[in-house]
Design a protein around this ligand. Structure first.
Ligand code: HEM
Length: 418
């Protein structure tokens, strides 16, 4: 990313339109849901670990809400709400499969569902092993140094002198898109085109194609270069590399999986802290508390509270018979507040003993980008605290609220400082 590039070239109005949780762009994911689902999920969890039905319908939401594992009107649907049931489903990939059929990332269909997210068994393992090295914890510094830090500071430069800002869209939303597009080698002025093209993967691929070709010729210190060079020996000792098509579908997956999620989760974390000034003060004074503050927000309100699996054979599961071919929705949002695992689970408490939550999923498909996401949130929130003294919610504006069904996040986060 070049000097002085980021903020000038990002049109704030366009950013707002593309990232407003309530816009039509997001509405089909249940963006219109405006209530708190947790009291209903608590009741459902207390009634039974597994219920027939789909999470949003059981929650009483009747608007459009599609996500992984939906719509499939021809299949029976079930939803799991306890930690134990969700854990059992994540651990049993043979019965609870992420894929309906083998995925072919070379077939020119670059949909995020035609990617490792929906692969199973050996195919998934091979892909994951090829790309995993760029996403291990030790690589977080590489992401921070190359893309995250500069992006974060450029964005703060854009509003630091104004004494007020709207952090959700003007800050949180922009960071992950710029980080991922930056890692692809895409210039900043094209980053929003890429966000817009996210729902049209073919357009996105057209933007990435020349970069992949250029990196095959002349590798650089970026993600696409690593992907074109990644090599792994298969069981017969034959070296395997990713094809161009495989890289394109992976790039589409990264943008889809990595931008909306990190944006909203960062907004959720900031909201949790800003609504609790005494906790924010503690974090400000002792930055080692930023990690638990982020982990606790992931547990308390994970942005994606549901992922799904296809049932590969008949099974009696936590009191319910699931027929082969049905879909099990793992309501990880409800599992993350199971009192069997956490005391006072509805409280946002950064002092609680750290235990893994399901915010990043579980099992073989556990979020590939979780360390990148954590680094973005840590560097982003840390830089806000460093640079904006006395950061607090704007008392004259409507306070943030969490909305959305399958992609949850804050409305707006208006703040003042100085
Ligand atoms: C706070 C932000 C994030 C959250 C809450 C999140 C959540 C998740 C969850 C729950 C899954 C598992 C889905 C399942 O069980 O089927 C997942 C998978 C995945 N995520 Fe994330 N994610 C985040 C950020 C990112 C980022 C920044 C990237 C990339 C840079 C990323 C890339 C992926 C990929 C590639 C997968 C599929 C992994 C596989 O199928 O093996 N995610 N994510």
């Amino acid at each position: 990313m070049t000097e002085n590039s980021t903020t000038e070239q990002l049109d704030r109005d366009r950013v707002r339109e593309l990232f407003d949780l309530r816009s039509s762009y997001n509405a089909h994911m249940g963006g219109g849901y405006r209530d708190d689902p947790y009291p209903i999920w608590k009741r459902l969890r207390e009634q039974a670990p597994v219920h027939p039905g789909i999470v949003h319908e059981l929650t009483g939401f009747e608007g459009p809400a599609f996500f992984q594992g939906l719509p499939h009107p021809d299949r029976p649907h079930f939803s799991a709400f306890t930690w134990e049931a969700c854990d059992a489903a994540y651990r049993n990939a043979e019965v609870f499969s992420a894929s309906l059929q083998p995925v072919d990332p070379n077939n020119g269909n670059y949909d995020a569902m035609n990617s490792m997210l929906s692969m199973g068994g050996d195919q998934h393992r091979r892909y994951r092993q090829l790309v995993q090295p760029s996403f291990v914890p030790a690589k977080a510094e590489w992401w921070i140094r190359n893309w995250i830090e500069e992006t974060v500071h450029h964005l703060i430069d854009g509003f630091a002198a104004e004494g007020r800002a709207e952090l959700n869209v003007d800050f949180c939303a922009a960071i992950p898109v710029l980080t991922i597009t930056g890692s692809f080698g895409v210039p900043v002025d094209q980053a929003l085109d890429i966000r817009e093209a996210q729902s049209r993967p073919g357009d996105l691929v057209e933007m990435i194609k020349p970069i992949v070709a250029a990196r095959r010729e002349n590798p650089q210190d970026d993600l696409i270069s690593i992907l074109v060079e990644a090599e792994m020996k298969d069981d017969n000792g034959v070296p395997q590399r990713l094809t161009d098509d495989e890289i394109y579908s992976f790039a589409v997956l990264l943008l889809t999986a990595g931008s909306g999620t990190t944006w909203k989760q960062m907004g959720i974390t900031l909201t949790a802290l800003l609504q609790r000034p005494e906790v924010l003060k503690k974090v400000n004074e002792d930055r080692t508390l930023l990690r638990p503050a982020i982990e606790e927000a992931l547990r308390w309100v994970p942005t994606d509270p549901m992922f799904s699996r296809y049932v590969t054979r008949d099974i009696d599961f936590h009191g319910v018979h699931l027929p082969e071919g049905s879909v099990l929705h793992i309501c990880l949002g409800a599992a993350n507040r199971d009192p069997a695992r956490w005391d006072n689970p509805d409280d946002y408490d950064i002092t609680r003993k750290t235990k893994a939550s399901f915010a990043f999923g579980g099992g073989a498909h556990i979020c590939l980008g979780m360390h990148v996401a954590r680094a973005e949130m840590r560097v982003g929130i840390g830089a806000l605290l460093d640079r904006l003294p006395n950061l607090r919610l704007d008392p004259d504006r409507e306070p943030p609220r969490f909305i959305g069904m399958y992609e949850r996040g804050a409305t707006e986060i208006p703040v003042v400082f100085g």
